[in-house]
Write a protein that binds this ligand. Structure first.
Ligand code: ADE
Length: 239
């Protein structure tokens, strides 16, 4: 999979070179390209933003540097991912969907956001997905792009050493994951549940399944009754 990032803070994306993502890039499973949006400015101050038409607080990222970047990078066959608090909720299902794409191009906004015409124009050349990590506001799209990247690339065949752990984890079966324990069996007066030491695999599976259901009911009842909540499960076309 090829991943491109357009940002005015390229260093923010350094963590991509760490850990498993970095290894996958070194091994050729991922091709990472971080681009400084200011590459495509032409004034002395390398200006990327301006005041919003119609007034209001803050600054908006101008369209021209993005347009030139799109021409230089060629969006053909790419999916453009735009992290924004006004996007479709990012879920494991959406991560699975994005993991099937050959190329993702992340547009990292800052300030009040990106000129809407950038997204409208991109949509004439590529699939565009606006995603939100949750109902809160970050300073920009970089941290969200990192989170989306990590959730997506770990689903790629060959990325994880142990593919079984993908099946067991939170959200893969629609539930939160059961609590986990390791040695020692007793620690600071806290004991591991007996059943996990029993060696009885059927009882252990039943305990885990019930613990996952109980935890989900307590913390995320919306996951047990999805019809009550809006469930964005796949790429939603930009409107
Ligand atoms: N950019 C700023 N806030 C964000 C959020 N909650 N999700 C995705 N991108 C964002």
């Amino acid at each position: 999979m090829r991943l491109d990032y357009l940002t005015i803070f390229p260093d923010y994306l350094d963590p991509l070179r760490q850990s498993l993502t970095g290894k996958a890039a070194e091994g050729g499973l991922l091709e990472l390209h971080v681009h400084d949006l200011r590459t495509w400015t032409h004034d002395r101050h390398r200006t990327v933003d301006d005041a919003p038409f119609g007034g209001g607080a803050g600054m908006v990222l101008r369209p021209e540097p993005f347009g030139e970047a799109f021409d230089a990078l060629d969006l053909d066959g790419a999916t453009v991912v735009v992290p924004t608090p006004s996007g479709t909720p990012f879920t494991q299902a959406l991560a699975r969907s994005l993991a099937t794409r050959e190329r993702l191009v992340f547009l990292c906004g800052r300030y009040e956001g990106i000129d809407q015409r950038v997204l409208d124009h991109a949509a004439t050349r590529a699939e565009v997905v606006e995603v939100s990590l949750g109902d809160y506001v970050l300073n920009g799209g970089e941290v969200a792009a990192l989170a989306v990247t990590e959730a997506v690339v770990r689903l790629l065949p060959g990325f994880m050493g142990n593919a079984e752990s993908l099946v067991e984890e939170s959200h893969e079966d629609g539930l939160l994951e059961y609590p986990v324990y390791t040695r020692p069996a007793s620690w600071r007066g806290l004991d591991v549940p007996d059943v996990l030491l029993s060696g009885d695999h059927a009882r252990i599976a039943a305990w885990r399944s019930e613990a996952a259901r109980r935890r989900t009911a307590q913390r995320r009842p919306d996951l047990l009754h999805p019809s009550a909540a809006a469930t964005a499960w796949d790429v939603v076309p930009a409107t």
